[in-house]
Design a protein around this ligand. Structure first.
Ligand code: ADP
Length: 348
């Protein structure tokens, strides 16, 4: 196996073990450093107390030797005695402050490193899930098309059957094409400043996409509302079309094929253009709303698992929206389903 593919095939067990060993070593070192520093600070503090005591005793002996009764009685008020107390107290405070700063620094370091470990493990698991899901998504259209081509070679088929099989192959290839495009786009959206800028009219762009999806999903009921005759934005045409297409496709995918109703709205308010896609589908649980825009994230429900997907679509959408200084929110629809709303700045 070529070296560049090796990292992809490290098993979950190997990965978890590697993280556990690194973690144990890190925490072992951290504990050792903390204990060592606690012991060292304590030692310094005790030595300082002993030095203070010794210095005070010397002053007491000196006062006793002078046989001056007032000097003995007022020893604790004498400038030398107070100077000893002041300088040792200062050093003690320095030891305590040093220990506190070090402890807090280590604690902060621990917090960040632990967060980093967790993120790494989550990302590694997400990537593995992604690989598992795309392996299936890549292999199943290839297998179908191969089977159809073999059928063509072996059998003499009627015209009707040939067209039927050809249509099926085209559908499978379209799915494959979309998957590959999404993977490439996900890699592309991570590079900054790659989008071109042109003045776009949102109503027209959304109308074009609706025309496409209407012919692709003849059973779905689409409705559209465009407030204002024109809603201009400055953006990359392909990028904005990707946003609209992904949101509408998701609305179809996560709705019941029999009674899907999808509403698309474009409107303008206070210098922003709003693009909204509302469906009456399975909806998104509140706990997942914040996570669906993460790379490879898919809601873990039974309904979602029935659909095909990679968890890349909304990640791509969010990155494009961000690159165009916009925002995206998701809400529950009433009585059921989801509403995705993208906001972009109006063109100057
Ligand atoms: P994919 O659809 O390929 O799984 P996405 O990134 O497009 O990936 O979506 C991430 C997840 O968000 C989906 O797996 C699904 O659980 C959820 N989701 C997205 N859009 C909708 C929607 N309109 N209704 C319900 N769930 C949705």
């Amino acid at each position: 196996m070529k070296n560049r593919y090796k990292g992809l095939f490290v098993s979950r067990k190997q990965n978890t073990r590697l993280f556990s060993i690194t973690r144990i070593l890190f925490y072992g070192m951290l504990t050792y450093a903390l204990l060592f520093f606690a012991w060292w600070s304590n030692l310094q503090y005790t030595q300082m107390t002993q030095i203070e005591k010794a210095n005070k005793q010397i002053l007491e002996y000196k006062a006793q030797l002078s046989k001056d009764s007032t000097a003995i009685a007022d020893l604790s008020e004498s400038p030398q005695y107070q100077a000893v107390e002041k300088s040792t107290n200062l050093r003690k405070y320095m030891i305590i402050a040093g220990a506190a700063v070090l402890f807090l620094t280590m604690l902060t370091g621990f917090w960040y490193v632990e967060g980093g470990f967790r993120r790494e493990v989550a990302l590694a698991n997400q990537q593995r899930n992604f690989l598992l899901s795309i392996t299936h998504e890549l292999k199943s259209p290839i297998a179908s098309v191969r089977l159809i081509l073999e059928t063509f070679r072996k059998h003499e088929l009627s015209r009707e059957k040939t067209v039927q099989f050809a249509d099926r192959s085209l559908k499978e290839l379209e799915r494959l094409n979309q998957l590959v495009n999404n993977i490439l786009l996900a890699a592309r959206v991570e590079n900054a400043n790659q989008w071109s800028e042109e003045k776009l009219e949102m109503n027209e762009l959304v109308e074009d996409i609706l025309e496409e999806v209407r012919s692709k999903y003849p059973n779905v009921r689409f409705s559209a509302r465009f407030d204002g005759t024109a809603n201009f934005i400055t953006a990359d045409r392909t990028a904005i079309a990707t946003i609209a297409f992904n949101l509408i496709e998701n609305a179809v995918k996560y709705s019941s094929p029999e009674d899907a109703e999808i509403q698309v709205i474009v409107r303008q308010k206070r210098g922003r253009v709003f693009f909204k896609v509302a469906d009456n589908g399975i909806g998104i649980p509140d706990k997942d709303k914040g996570r669906i825009f993460e790379k490879f994230y898919r809601v873990g429900s039974e309904d979602t698992r029935k659909t095909k997907g990679t968890g890349l679509g909304l990640y791509i959408v969010k990155q494009i929206v961000k690159a165009h200084n916009g925002s995206i929110v998701v809400r529950n629809n009433s009585p059921q389903g989801s509403v995705f709303e993208v906001t972009l700045p109006v063109a100057n």
